[in-house]
Design a protein around this ligand. Structure first.
Ligand code: NDP
Ligand code: MG
Length: 386
C-alpha cells in the first residue's frame, strides 16, 4: 500500500534526508507536495526528480521561474505563504513539518487540522504554541510523531499507556562545538565555527542553537508538550558521543534508552514507517569501536541559554513564545555577523525580562506575541551590535 506524503521544508537538511529515504523506497510513497522558501533551484530539481502533485515556493519573486521550470512536468507550481499552508492541508497521509522557526506554525496547524499524521521536526512551533497544537491534534484525530532525535528516542521508550510509571525523562545533548571552551574563549567565535557541529549535519539555525545549548532548552519545552510529564521530571545530560539519543526512567529504577548512529534518517525513518519499521542505509552502531560513552552535567554558567529556556518552561504563558522569537532574531543577527556569540543569550534574557503578556489562547495571539517579541529583540540586538 502506498502512503501519500507532503514535505514542508523539502530543500532543508531534514527535508532532504526525508526525500533520501523516500527515493530508496519509491514504490511505497506518493508525493503530494514539496515546499521551500527561496531555494528555487533546489526546489525545481526536487520537483523534477520526485514529481509531486504540487511544488510551492514561499518567496513570491520566484513564481515565474518555478512555473517555467516545471512546464510540461505535470507538477502544479504555486507561490506564497498561503500556498504553503494550503499544501500542508492538501490531505497527505503523512506530512513532514521541517520548516525552520515560527514560520512553520501555520502550516503545521493546517496539517494537524487535516487530521493525518504529522512528523514534527519544527520544534519552534511546539515551543511557541504547544498547548494549541496538541489540542488541535486531539480534536482532529491527527497523530503527532516526534522527529527530533531525542524526542523520537523518548517516544520509542515511553510507555504511553502507563505515564504514572515514569519517573524521569532524560534528554541527551552533545554539548555542541564549544563544550570545552571557557566563556572567554567563546567571546570571538565566528558563525562558521559555531555552525560546525561535531556530530550532526544540520541547518544553520539549529546548529547555532546547539552551540549555545538553546536547542536543548527548546527541546525541554518540546518534550513537555509531547509527553505527559511534569516540567521537573525533565532533565538534560551532556553526552558528547551522541550515541544514546535519550532515556526514560521508570519508578522501579529501570531506565530505557534508544541508541543509534547520529544520523537523522534513523528517527525520520521511524516516523515514516511507523508503526512498522523500514530499512535505512545508516551506519550500524559499533559499540566496540566507540569504546566508551561519556556523560557530564550541563554548565548553565557557560551556557546561560539553557537556563533561560528552563525558566521559560516553568513560567509558561507567553514566555516560551517570547524566548523562541527573541532567539530567532538573535541567531539571525549572529549569522550575519552583527551580534557576538555570547550576546545571543544576553538578547534573549533581556527580552524575556522586559515584559510578560498573558498566555495565548489562539494561533493569532501566538503570532502577535511572536511579532512583538521580534520587534523588542531587534531593538535590544541594536544595543549589543558589533
Ligand atoms: P534548514 O535550514 O536546513 O531547512 C529549512 C527548510 O525550511 C528549508 O526548506 C527552507 O526553505 C524552509 N523555510 C525556511 N524558512 C521558511 C519560511 N519562512 N517559510 C517557508 N519555508 C521556510 O533547517 P533544518 O532542516 O536543519 O531544520 C528544520 C527544522 O527541523 C527546524 O525546526 C529544526 O530545529 C528541526 N530539526 C532539525 C534537525 C536537523 O538535523 N537538521 C534535527 C532536529 C530538529 P529554503 O531552503 O528555500 O530556504
Ligand atoms: Mg534534537
Amino acid at each position: 500500500m502506498t502512503r501519500s506524503v507532503t514535505i514542508l521544508g523539502a530543500t532543508g537538511s531534514v527535508g532532504r534526508s526525508t526525500l533520501d529515504l523516500i527515493e530508496r523506497n519509491r514504490d511505497r510513497f506518493e508525493i503530494v507536495a514539496l515546499t521551500a522558501r527561496k531555494d528555487i533551484d533546489g526546489l525545481v530539481e526536487l520537483a523534477r526528480r520526485f514529481r509531486p502533485r504540487t511544488a510551492v515556493i514561499g518567496d513570491e519573486t520566484h513564481h515565474a521561474r518555478l512555473r517555467e521550470a516545471l512546464e510540461g512536468t505535470g507538477v502544479d507550481a504555486r507561490v506564497g505563504e498561503q500556498a504553503i499552508a494550503d499544501a500542508a492541508a492538501a490531505g497527505a497521509d503523512w506530512t513532514m513539518a521541517a520548516i525552520v522557526g515560527t514560520a512553520g506554525l501555520k502550516p503545521v496547524m493546517r496539517a494537524l487540522e487535516a487530521g493525518g499524521t504529522v512528523a514534527l521536526a519544527n520544534k519552534e512551533s511546539l515551543v511557541s504554541a504547544g498547548d494549541l497544537m496538541t489540542t488541535a491534534a486531539a480534536a482532529n484525530g491527527a497523530t503527532l510523531l516526534p522527529v527530533d532525535s531525542e524526542h523520537n528516542a523518548v517516544f520509542q521508550c515511553f510507555d504511553a499507556a502507563r505515564p504514572g510509571s515514569i519517573r524521569r525523562v532524560i534528554l541527551t545533548a552533545s554539548g555542541g562545538p564549544f563544550r570545552c571552551r571557557s566563556r572567554e574563549e567563546m567571546r570571538a567565535v565566528t558563525p562558521a565555527e559555531a555552525v560546525a557541529h561535531p556530530n550532526w549535519s544540520m541547518g544553520a539555525k539549529i546548529s547555532i542553537d546547539s552551540a549555545t545549548l538553546m536547542n536543548k532548552g527548546l527541546e525541554l519545552i518540546e518534550a513537555y508538550h509531547l509527553f505527559p510529564v511534569e516540567a521537573d521530571a525533565l532533565e538534560v545530560v551532556i553526552h558528547p558521543q551522541s550515541v544514546i539519543h535519550s532515556l526514560v526512567e521508570y519508578v522501579d529504577g529501570s531506565v530505557l534508552a534508544q541508541l543509534g548512529a547520529p544520523d537523522m534518517r534513523i528517527p525520520i525513518a521511524h516516523t515514516l514507517a511507523w508503526p512498522e519499521r523500514m530499512e535505512t542505509p545508516c551506519a550500524r552502531l559499533d559499540l566496540v569501536r566507540i569504546g566508551k560513552l561519556d556523560f557530564e552535567e550541563p554548565d548553565l554558567d557557560r551556557f546561560p541559554a539553557l537556563g533561560l529556556a528552563m525558566q521559560a518552561l516553568v513560567a509558561g504563558g507567553a514566555k516560551p513564545a517570547i524566548l523562541n522569537a527573541a532567539n530567532e532574531i538573535a541567531v539571525a543577527s549572529f549569522l550575519e555577523s552583527r551580534l557576538a556569540f555570547l550576546d545571543i543569550a544576553s538578547v534573549v534574557g533581556e527580552v524575556l525580562s522586559r515584559y510578560a503578556p498573558g498566555g495565548p489562547s489562539s494561533i493569532d495571539e501566538v503570532l502577535e506575541i511572536d511579532r512583538e517579541a521580534r520587534d523588542v529583540a531587534a531593538e535590544v540586538t541594536g544595543k549589543f551590535r558589533i
